[in-house]
Structure formats: structure tokens, C-alpha cells
Design a protein around this ligand. Structure first.
Ligand code: 5GP
Ligand code: MN
Length: 326
């Protein structure tokens, strides 16, 4: 049982902690996705039902495609000055608290709860509810809500179904297990709006985003007997197409989907920073490759920030992937 692993807290321990605290700050990671935000909103909505005070901290603005999520209008980078000293900061979907960004004020471990499903979580919290077998952080939250005995409602269900659909790529990835599908069915029965999630997160595209995708596809390169495909996006490409960083979301999957490609990388050289997204078909562990360069994630989906010039990033990511068997 994963919950009896050393350093991992049990559902009962986390629920006891949640019951004991009067106020909460749900914390999501920089460059937020539907899992980090949906998990925090779901738990926040549930804790409010129990009469708790809840705030949502996120350094970056809510991405356009997640603004349909209930309570997302309350997400901000501000921390209220009158929070009680025992307010609990709940970090969702990050293997280390630093992924929350430099705007998060310092706090003691005593006030940190870590809820996650990544490989290699640094177990930074007082309690660490790290369930690596869960398809999303949101399903870990769902297990907590059951034990908390908070009745599921339409809003909470929509948030959690968003986490499942985001992290399974609309039920396409290998983590779309029978268990994940059963939880999704339960959420739909509770009123989760699957149509809206599909439309907002997977179908709707800005024309600028599609034009940018064309540029990224034009710039594709192949290596290692065409088992590796990579491309890049830079500020000039964004300016020429009218797109922004949010519009790069998911384009790496197009690279990974090319015939014979086992590993894909998208290098995003935007506003003086190089972010790299890695995807694998399941043979090469891209989490291990990202970790070699200070990043992390999952076996088949990982990311990192590269410090240095873009041509150096191409070389070093290639070397890290080769070291992991590419
Ligand atoms: P994406 O390519 O969508 O940005 O990230 C894919 C996965 O890798 C996500 O699960 C994300 O949390 C993880 N990831 C992305 N960048 C980083 C990073 O810089 N550090 C760590 N630890 N994980 C990352
Ligand atoms: Mn996740």
C-alpha cells in the first residue's frame, strides 16, 4: 500500500489536520494547469462548506482555458495580511514547494501540506499526501473529500473531473486507468460538466495558437533514427502570429505523435527564459532525463527550465535523453 510508504501521510492523518485548522491557502504551481488549479479549487470549495476560511494563491494569472472553473475568480497572488498564524498552506501538484514561485511568502514546514502524484516528490510538508499511482492530484483530493464526508456537488465535481481530463489528456494517456474512469463516472453523475471541460480545454483554440502550431511544425527537427522530434518557439514567433505562451500548451504532443517518434521536446525561449517540455511514448523515462537538468514530472511527461543559450539547451537535453536510453 502506497500510503504506508515512509514519509507518506495517510488519508486519516491529513483529514485530521484539515479538520484542526481554521484557515487555508490553496497553492498552485507557476504555469498552472488544470490539475494544480482544479485540485486546489476542489479542496477549497469543500473546506468552505465545512465553514473554513479559504484563499487561493497562484503566482501566474488563471490561464484563459481554466477561467470556467468555479471559484477561479478568487485566485490571486496576494496573501491576506490578517491570516491566522496557523493557516495551512496546501500545495497541490508539485514535487517541491519552489514550483509555487518566488512570490509565495516564506513559511514553516509546520504550516505546509503537500498533495501530489509526481514521481520523486521531495516530501517538503509537515504532511505529505503523495499518491504516485493517482492519475491526477485531483483524485488524491477526492479520496480526502470522501474521508472528510463532504458531499460532492456539481462545482467540486467539475474541478476534479478537470484534473483527471487534464492529466490523462482527455482519457488518452496510459494513466487513464479503470480506477480513473470509475472516478470520472462518479463525478459525471454528481453533475460535473464534461462537455464544458472538453470544449474549454481540448477543442477551443485561438486562431493565433493554430498559426503558432504551424510555425512550430515548420521548425520540427528529427534525430536518433527519427525516434526523437524537437522544435522550439521564441518571442519573434509569438509576435508574428499574435500568440502568447499559453498558446504553446499541448503542442509538444503533436511532435510526439509523429510517425515513429518515441520522445519529443519543445523548447520555449520566451521572455528570457527557456522552458522545455518533454513527452515520451513510454520507453524512455523523461522524468529521469528532466531531473538530470534540474526539472521533473512523470515518466511520460516532464519539464525543466534551462539556464543558458538555446543551442546549448538542444545539446544538453539530447544528452540527458541519450543517458536515459534514447
Ligand atoms: P509541461 O511540459 O506540461 O510543462 O510539464 C509536464 C510535467 O512535468 C508536469 O507534470 C509538470 O508538473 C512537470 N514539470 C514541468 N516543469 C517542471 C519543472 O521545472 N520541475 C519539475 N519538478 N517538474 C516540472
Ligand atoms: Mn498533475
Amino acid at each position: 500500500m502506497i500510503e504506508s510508504s515512509p514519509g507518506i501521510s495517510t488519508t486519516a492523518q491529513v483529514v485530521e489536520e484539515l479538520r484542526a485548522r481554521p484557515a487555508f491557502v490553496m497553492v498552485s504551481h507557476v504555469k498552472p494547469d488544470g490539475d494544480t488549479l482544479g485540485a486546489g479549487l476542489a479542496l477549497g470549495l469543500a473546506l468552505k462548506k465545512l465553514g473554513k476560511r479559504v484563499h487561493y494563491f497562484q503566482q501566474d494569472p488563471v490561464p484563459r482555458n481554466l477561467r470556467f472553473l468555479p471559484d477561479s475568480e478568487f485566485v490571486s497572488r496576494a496573501i491576506p495580511p490578517d491570516l491566522p498564524p496557523n493557516a495551512l498552506y496546501v500545495f497541490c501538484d508539485m514535487s517541491d514547494w519552489r514550483r509555487a514561485g518566488e512570490f509565495l511568502p516564506p513559511m514553516t514546514r509546520e504550516n505546509m501540506l503537500d498533495i501530489d502524484h509526481h514521481l520523486g516528490n521531495s516530501l517538503f510538508g509537515k504532511l505529505n499526501y503523495v499518491l504516485e499511482k493517482e492519475c491526477s492530484t485531483g483524485t488524491a483530493v477526492m479520496h480526502l473529500l470522501r474521508e472528510l464526508k463532504v458531499p460532492m456537488d456539481r462545482d467540486i465535481a467539475t474541478c476534479i473531473l478537470t484534473t483527471i481530463m487534464t492529466d490523462t489528456g482527455g482519457f488518452m494517456h496510459s494513466n487513464a486507468s479503470p480506477e480513473a474512469l470509475e472516478l470520472a463516472a462518479e463525478l459525471m453523475r454528481a453533475g460535473a460538466n464534461k462537455e464544458e471541460i472538453t470544449e474549454e480545454i481540448f477543442l477551443k483554440k485561438r486562431v493565433a495558437a493554430t498559426k503558432l502550431l504551424g510555425r512550430i511544425i515548420d521548425a520540427m527537427k528529427f534525430g536518433h533514427d527519427n525516434r526523437y522530434c524537437y522544435s522550439y518557439v521564441n518571442d519573434a514567433m509569438l509576435a508574428q502570429t499574435g500568440a502568447d505562451g499559453e498558446d504553446t500548451e499541448d503542442t509538444v504532443n503533436v511532435l510526439r505523435g509523429q510517425d515513429g517518434v518515441e520522445v519529443a521536446a519543445l523548447f520555449k525561449a520566451i521572455e528570457g527564459e527557456i522552458r522545455v517540455s518533454l513527452r515520451s511514448n513510454g520507453r524512455v523515462n523523461v522524468q529521469a532525463a528532466a531531473k538530470r537538468l534540474g526539472g521533473g514530472g512523470h515518466f511520460r511527461a516532464s519539464g525543466l527550465t534551462f539556464v543558458g543559450p538555446l543551442d546549448r539547451a538542444f545539446v544538453e537535453v539530447d544528452a540527458a535523453l541519450v543517458a536515459e536510453g534514447l
